[in-house]
Design a binder for this molecule. Structure first.
Ligand SMILES: [Zn+2]
Ligand SMILES: [Zn+2]
Length: 217
């Protein structure tokens, strides 16, 4: 099953133009089966949208994006109370502190931390290795060869899962990049399991229309 593992909605992500109505409508129109909502340090839109999407047959996968010294991390967990403890900018989780039912993906590693402003440099992966399960190889805003190559090298070196996510901030950018899971994805737990099993395949279709502006990615 194909799942966009990186999306942003308004108002949880103030930088996103995707309203609740837009998000639900896009998922229904495009017959989305599951999609991950990964706002910056805020899961309140997940709480608002989960039931409305479920009523349309769409499974909402829970995640939160955190900008750290290492770069941007998306933490996936079925436990919204756990995810609500993360802020948009903070220290990276301590090795061993992430519970077994959660998984961490280092998103757009080559682009550095969006809100933390932390640049990527070779060797940073040694700090990330104890806490990450996957690397986002294809990000809709960062598909230039330098970023993709850096992410592929990290995934290879550390033997991590590879993911794709649109990082959509506008409806038309949803599913610009996505992740294929070998089986059905019926819950956040299925995503966590797929990441830990390293069985995911990243896909790309287009670069998002969003202009990259300081502080907005
Ligand atoms: Zn980011
Ligand atoms: Zn993002």
């Amino acid at each position: 099953m194909n799942v966009d593992l990186h999306t942003h909605t308004y108002p949880s992500s103030t930088c996103s133009q995707i309203s609740y109505r837009d998000y639900i409508a896009w998922c229904v129109t495009h017959e989305v089966e599951a999609i991950a909502l990964t706002n910056h340090g805020d899961v309140s839109d997940n709480r608002h949208l989960e039931a409305a999407l479920a009523a349309e047959g769409v499974v909402l996968i829970h995640g939160v994006e955190v900008s750290t010294m290492i770069g941007d991390l998306v933490v996936f967990s079925p436990d919204l109370d756990y995810l609500s403890g993360f802020r948009d900018i903070q220290e990276a989780p301590q090795p061993g502190s992430v519970p077994a039912d959660a998984a961490v993906v280092w998103v757009h590693p080559g682009a550095g931390g969006g809100r933390s402003g932390s640049p990527y440099y070779p060797g940073l992966e040694r700090l990330a290795a104890p806490i990450v399960d996957g690397v986002e190889v294809f990000n809709g805003s960062w598909l230039d060869a330098r970023c993709v190559r850096a992410a592929e090298q990290i995934a290879d070196q550390l033997g991590l899962a590879r993911t794709g996510g649109s990082d959509a901030h506008a409806p038309d950018d949803l599913m610009a990049c996505y992740t294929e899971f070998p089986g059905a994805v019926r819950s956040t737990a299925d995503v966590v399991e797929g990441l830990k099993a390293r069985t995911t395949i990243p896909w790309r279709t287009k670069t998002t229309s969003r202009r990259r502006r300081f502080g907005l990615f």
